[in-house]
Design a protein around this ligand. Structure first.
Ligand code: ADP
Ligand code: ZN
Length: 535
């Protein structure tokens, strides 16, 4: 059997050797076992089910059904399989009634080796009956469930249609199932096992490390010019030949940044769901075919796009969680050559993300999980030690400092922000006491730093006892402290009331000095340096 599998790898796919755990996975699935495969993007997941599908078909066991959430991805895969001479087809909403009928007829005649289907298609009564008929004749060889994290509401890409896939186990017991994903922390992983009833499955967990990607996370000052400098400094080449992706939070920002990059001689194109489908397709095609295109996009862009030579992925806004960050940055450097993951993050990102969670219609338990995930990402952003060690630890992997992230290359200075944190919390408290209402960041900063602005005078806040007690700190430093306090839940931002700052139960531990606040020294602003020295 082993030699047959290698023969398929070589003759059908043209590869010399299996990569990493591929061989073990393929053998396990060909042998009829269930599997859960966790492999980073670009690791080679497709072969893990394509080769077993071919081998089992050759052994007379019939068709493999591949569940895939993305139409574009299905088309690419089926196209590539055709080129390799494998009989593959897909069933999704792009087919006409007649075309779908034709696929179904070929399916029943045993002419298809791999059939790709969208989950909502697969679980229709009509299609399940088709599968029943195949199953009864022993012609249903296996199920592959791609992007399996879509089944988990804790994942970053929950798709309710995936929930219905439990039917596969219940209705077709004994047909082997392989679930694959590139993103799964412990929680998501447990959810996949439970939801897809993969209790018996063997787990194949690859290293999630992408050693060729250099991680850099910087504090946001002016994200656009920081981005521009980053590209000009590290990815300009001779005449901007490096392809990259810049992720933004909103469509508006995509447009803005694409324009600014273009104005600076970078071949930037926008991509977001608000653009005409034709324009989107055109931009995607150009990104794939031409050299040196920088795609400025919302997260609508990227899933299933296989471009090996993306030299950088930049985030000008912070993503929701580490899974999202990891998946998006994972699109860089799939060819194994040096690539960069670069992100800016700031107070406003934290506030926005918190607000999106608070205002979502989800239940409280869900919101708690989301807040925890956001905090984990913030902790990564604020970290003063190796980014990679932290990133991998999040996915359950131990490692040693990498020497290829900003913190390893230029260890940051740290300072103890506990005192500043206590001053900040006291100010929020005093001002609330004095006026009976809460205030937002700018106003609190002014009071702390002893600035008697009109608004400060209007409320008589120059008379509160904490007025000016934070004058030794720069605004940047105080914002850093505030960001951390929000991250650890010691300050709440009330999005229902003009983003005013409020104390929480967790504030007390900081006020009492039980919780320490460690911060990165901000080196870039000379006034910061001065105020630190005069301190
Ligand atoms: P994933 O789905 O895990 O992101 P893919 O299955 O798309 O990854 O594979 C990523 C790339 O690696 C593809 O270009 C694929 O052809 C290539 N690849 C996969 N397995 C091998 C192998 N054993 N040898 C060489 N290239 C491989
Ligand atoms: Zn490192």
């Amino acid at each position: 059997m082993n030699s047959n599998l290698t023969a398929i790898l070589r003759e059908t796919f043209g590869y010399e050797q299996f990569r990493g755990p591929q061989q073990a996975i393929v053998e396990h699935v060909v042998g009829g076992g269930d599997a859960l495969v966790l492999m980073p993007t670009g690791g080679g997941k497709s072969l893990c089910y394509q080769i077993p599908a071919i081998a089992r078909q050759q052994a007379g066991q019939g068709v493999a059904i591949v569940v895939s959430p993305l139409i574009a991805l299905m088309h690419d895969q089926v196209g590539a399989l055709h080129e390799a001479g494998v009989s593959a087809a897909f069933l999704n909403s792009t087919l006409s009634f007649d075309e779908a009928n034709d696929v179904e007829r070929r399916l029943q005649r045993g002419e298809i080796t791999l059939l790709y289907a969208a989950p909502e298609r697969l679980t229709t009564p009509r299609f399940l009956q088709q599968l029943d008929a195949l199953h009864a004749r022993g012609q249903l060889s296996m199920f592959a469930i791609d992007e399996a994290h879509c089944v988990s509401q804790w994942g970053h890409d929950f798709r309710p249609e995936y929930r219905a896939l439990t039917v596969l186990h219940e209705r077709f017991a004994g047909v082997p199932r392989i679930a694959l994903t590139a993103t799964a922390d412990a929680l998501t992983r447990a959810d996949i096992v439970e939801r897809l009833q993969l209790e018996e499955a063997r787990h194949f967990v690859s290293s999630f490390d992408r050693p060729n990607i250099r991680y850099t996370i910087v504090e946001k000052k002016d994200a656009t010019s920081q981005l521009l400098r980053f590209i000009q400094r590290e990815h300009a080449g001779a005449d901007f030949q490096d392809a990259g992706v810049v992720y933004c939070q909103s469509r508006k920002r995509v447009e803005e940044i694409a324009t600014i990059l273009s104005d600076n001689g970078i071949k930037a194109l926008p991509y977001h769901a608000g653009l005409d489908a034709k324009v989107r397709q055109d931009h995607q095609d150009r990104f794939l075919r031409q050299e040196g295109i920088v795609m400025v996009a919302t997260i609508a862009f990227g899933m299933g796009i296989d471009k090996p030579d993306v030299r950088f992925v930049a985030h000008v806004d912070m993503p929701k969680n580490i899974e999202g960050y990891y998946q998006e940055t994972g699109r860089a450097g799939r060819d194994g050559l040096p690539a960069a993951a670069w992100m800016t993050y700031g107070l406003q990102d934290v506030v926005n993300q918190r607000r999106m969670i608070d205002e979502s219609p989800a239940g409280e338990e869900f919101k708690q999980v989301m807040r925890g995930k956001l905090d984990a990402l913030l902790t990564l952003a604020e970290a003063t030690d190796c980014r990679r060690v932290r990133l991998l630890r999040y996915f359950g992997e131990q490692s040693v400092p990498c020497g290829n992230c900003d913190n390893c290359l230029t260890p940051p200075q740290v300072w103890d922000g506990t005192d500043a944190a206590r001053k900040l919390l006291s100010t929020i408290y005093r001002v609330q006491q004095a006026s009976g209402i809460s205030f937002g960041t700018g106003h609190i900063m002014d009071i702390l730093r002893g600035k008697a602005t009109d608004k400060v005078k209007q409320f008589g806040h120059e008379r509160v006892s904490t007025f000016g007690i934070g004058a030794e700190f720069s605004e940047t430093q105080l914002r850093g402290v505030l960001r951390q306090l929000i991250a650890i839940g010691a300050v709440a931002v009330d999005s229902q009331a003009f983003n005013t700052l409020q104390l929480t139960d967790a504030s007390r531990a900081v006020l009492k000095g039980e919780t320490k606040v460690q911060l990165r020294e901000t080196l870039s602003s000379p006034t910061d340096r001065k105020s630190r020295r005069s301190n």
